[in-house]
Design a protein around this ligand. Sequence first.
Ligand SMILES: [Zn+2]
Ligand SMILES: [Zn+2]
Length: 496
Amino acid sequence: LLLLALASHSVAASPPSLTYLVKVAADGNATVVMVYSSNTSGTFYTYVPRFERWNVTVWKGYVVSERVANTSAYFYYNATFEYFADASGIFGMNISFRFPFASLYASGRGWFMTPLLGAPPNTVVTVLVAIEGLGKILDVSLSGVPVAYSLENGTLKVSVASLSPEGARLTVDFRPQTPLEETTIVESADSASVRVKAAPYYRGLAGTIASVVRRALPRIRELFGYSPSSVEFELFLPSRMDLSALGYVMGEDINAGGEGPIHLNLALVRFKEGYLETTIVHELVHKALGALGVPANSELRWFHEGVAQYVSIEVCGELGISVSDMRESLESATHIFSNGLAKPGFVQEWSPSGNEGNYYVASYYIVASIAKEHGGLDYIRRLAEVVRNMRGVRSKQRLVEAMSAAAGEDLAPRFREWGFEVQSAPTVPRFAVALAAVALAAAVGFSLLVIVALRRRSQRCPYCYAEVPRDALYCPYCGYPLRPSSKKPNGYYSES
Ligand SMILES: [Zn+2]
Ligand SMILES: [Zn+2]
């Protein structure tokens, strides 16, 4: 009888199913209910949020064991359930949790992203998304690749044939039915007023931005003598942006003395601690250097980025903000230069083609290694003083002179060793110059080759610069979906 029952049962068996029901309120916050059912006993794994409470309700059958493990995705655990079907042969359970900032809104557009979706490969996965106030859908993608969808009564439905073991994300770019009104949220920070242009939902974010400015500005003033009466922020959506940026300031604004707003990627509200903070300080440093008379031209861009990166990490570290994984990833990325395997001088002409990440790392390496040898942030303070007395610097030659003056030693030989074309004050015999040029050409060629080879092994997240596994479909640090490497477009982290 038992054998017979089993036999008839297996005939009736269909694959287990997992349905995600995501309900997004007008403010962009969502609730997620995952409905799993199976008509056999078995094992099921999925991803559950690390920083939100999640509830399990078993509505048919029994869960006999539950195991929760870390994953490479920072915001998610892997949860595995072993279950038995009940007498009617059915097992069913729900997992529910809150999912804040599921949709983000800026400049008349909306951008939605699911939590990390996960299920064993044989599971039929369906994602249902109901976004309040949904207007026109512009794009629906699964881990960066456009997918087919249907729309019924305002609910978007996507069937996923098979999820890869590392999971996937569904994103929706859309226009809201009625565009959200953006206001300027004003907060005071230190001696400055912080003005954030954003939808009213982001009052909390504006408060966080102001508190970062409040804490960092006194130190920025000490280091650069930069003391703005107001700092303006504008927010942009991940979908709209130049893919490389967590934040940016316009070059023209910097070159006009550090004016203009700081643009922040709204996706930062979903990032782990440290990213929003360092991005704000990084952009403040660009403004401070602009005010000192250092343009962000192609000859000095490396200095801007190197100082912004170095100071943002050091200052945030002083303020007790967690920057350890940024430090670690920069340390490991700069090994290639500290080992002498490559020379960072290729940044002297900022012309990245598909490898801007290398330019950032090399720029950081140059500034950090000189600063660390000469007093850290205090070296930056002395350097800013020298630059102020020079009424700004506009060329790498003048910059190396300023850096030498602040260091109390001639740094030109070191820069030449790194592959820079800069002179010390005394003239050099022509023959030596020609020799140096040949050596330089060889060195630059070599460094690029080595970097390309090195970079084949991993890729960088275009949003947070974290180093991520080459074939990752999402960034384990910030959660942003990454395209599979073979389908990567011409983003700067492209590897071909
Ligand atoms: Zn920058
Ligand atoms: Zn990331």
